[in-house]
Write a protein that binds this ligand. Structure first.
Ligand SMILES: Cc1ncc(COP(=O)(O)O)c(C=O)c1O
Length: 381
């Protein structure tokens, strides 16, 4: 009956009030912004005419949607080209495209997991990895951020025949890097698989080839990689990279691959073109790191490993206030609060982009630095 409040509506209303009180309300409004330090378009490729042109050509050739799952009728030449380009960029033997990075992570973890697979993960891994671990029904163990000794102890003491260690190469909120070489050595010693989420590594680390490539782990039998096409590659979608046997296993068992409509061919074509651009123009990744260094220096934080710079803020409410204030002044920044930050520390998340001009970068960095400094003074007054 219109006008009556259902139990569900009452509950939704009370949850919204709690979020509002704690400064935890999120929104989805489009933003008219002068300088974007919030998006993950690290190389500016989402608006690159060559990427748009590739997507447009695929729209005309294949239509707006994939029309079915990859294993039914959804695989097109654009998907095949994308997987080839991802292998050329990262040095991996095989790639499988998914409809998002989220579904790639859930797909690979559920396909590899189960009672016979122990999954060990860093406390700061992304929600999609945590969801994949939960859905896999594997025994799992969380270790403190970067605690390599704890990973070694868990691997040494395991009773399951198989084990997977899950990390991000460059962490999405903190912006710091995992020691992939050390963890890969442990995985080789204890016959485990290291699964590295390179959402923030590909396109940025090692001239865009990613941190696994930088560590010489691209074709290691003990390493597999997941990627998103929606950050440095400027498009939409995700992928798992590794051995041909892993790819074949996923095609046959990964539920988020089999029971999901394939990635739109235009998104696949855009990401394929972007991957080729990253490979052929390694200076793009260099520019991101140079801009990240300038941003970190002006904001008084140590430079992180990739495009993401993280500024801790005393409370969730203060972080939300700072981000909102900056938005009114024309700078868009990310605002990360619990539960997105497992250590409970709210943060402003700034992303450097290769296509920020010098004046844009200087103005935006100064605006952020002044806002943070004056918030700190208010806080200590
Ligand atoms: C580390 C990490 N993994 C996976 C994802 C999910 O990727 P997508 O947005 O393509 O679903 C993200 C996106 O925020 C991420 O930061």
């Amino acid at each position: 009956m219109a006008g009556a409040t259902t139990a569900m509506q009452a509950w939704l209303g009370s949850r919204a009030q709690v979020r509002e009180r704690r400064g935890m309300q999120r929104g989805t409004e489009p933003q008219g912004i002068l300088v974007d330090l919030a998006s993950n378009d690290y190389l500016g490729l989402s608006a690159d005419p060559r990427v748009i042109e590739a997507a447009t050509a695929a729209l005309h050739q294949f239509g707006a949607g994939a029309r079915g799952s990859r294993v039914v009728c959804g695989t097109t030449a654009a998907h095949q080209d994308l997987e080839e380009q991802l292998c050329l960029l990262t040095g991996q033997e095989a790639a499988l495209a998914f409809s998002s990075g989220y579904t790639a992570n859930i797909g690979v973890l559920t396909a590899l997991g189960g009672p016979g697979t122990l999954i060990i993960h860093d406390a700061h891994v992304h929600a999609s990895l945590l969801d994949g671990i939960r859905l896999s029904r594997s025994p799992s163990l969380e270790v403190a951020h970067h605690d390599i000794a704890a990973i070694g102890a868990a691997l040494a003491g395991r009773t399951q025949p198989r084990a997977v260690v899950v990390l991000e190469s460059i962490y999405s909120v903190l912006g710091d890097a995992a020691d992939l070489s050390a963890v890969a050595r442990l995985c080789a010693t204890f016959d485990a698989l290291l699964l590295v989420d390179e959402a923030h590594g590909i396109g940025v680390a090692d001239q865009g080839r990613g941190a696994a490539h930088a560590a010489g782990l691209a074709a290691s039998p003990h390493v597999a990689v997941t990627a998103t096409l929606s950050k440095a590659l400027g498009s939409q979608g995700g992928a798992v990279l590794g051995s041909p046997a892993l790819r074949e296993h996923l095609v046959n068992t990964a539920r988020t691959f089999i029971f999901d409509t394939a990635l739109a061919p235009s998104a696949a074509a855009a990401a394929a073109r972007a991957a080729a651009i990253v490979r052929l123009e390694p200076e793009l990744a260099g520019r991101v790191l140079a801009n990240a260094a300038a941003l970190a220096a002006r904001c008084g934080v140590p430079q992180a490993a990739g495009a993401v710079q993280s500024i801790p803020v005393e409370s969730a409410a203060r972080a939300a206030e700072l981000a909102a204030g900056l938005r009114t002044r024309g700078v868009s920044v990310g605002c990360f609060r619990p539960p997105s930050v497992p250590d409970g520390v709210s943060r402003l998340r700034l992303t450097a982009r290769a296509n920020l001009t010098e004046p844009e970068l200087e103005w935006a960095a100064n605006t952020v630095a002044q806002a943070v400094e004056s918030a700190a003074k208010d806080g200590s007054a």
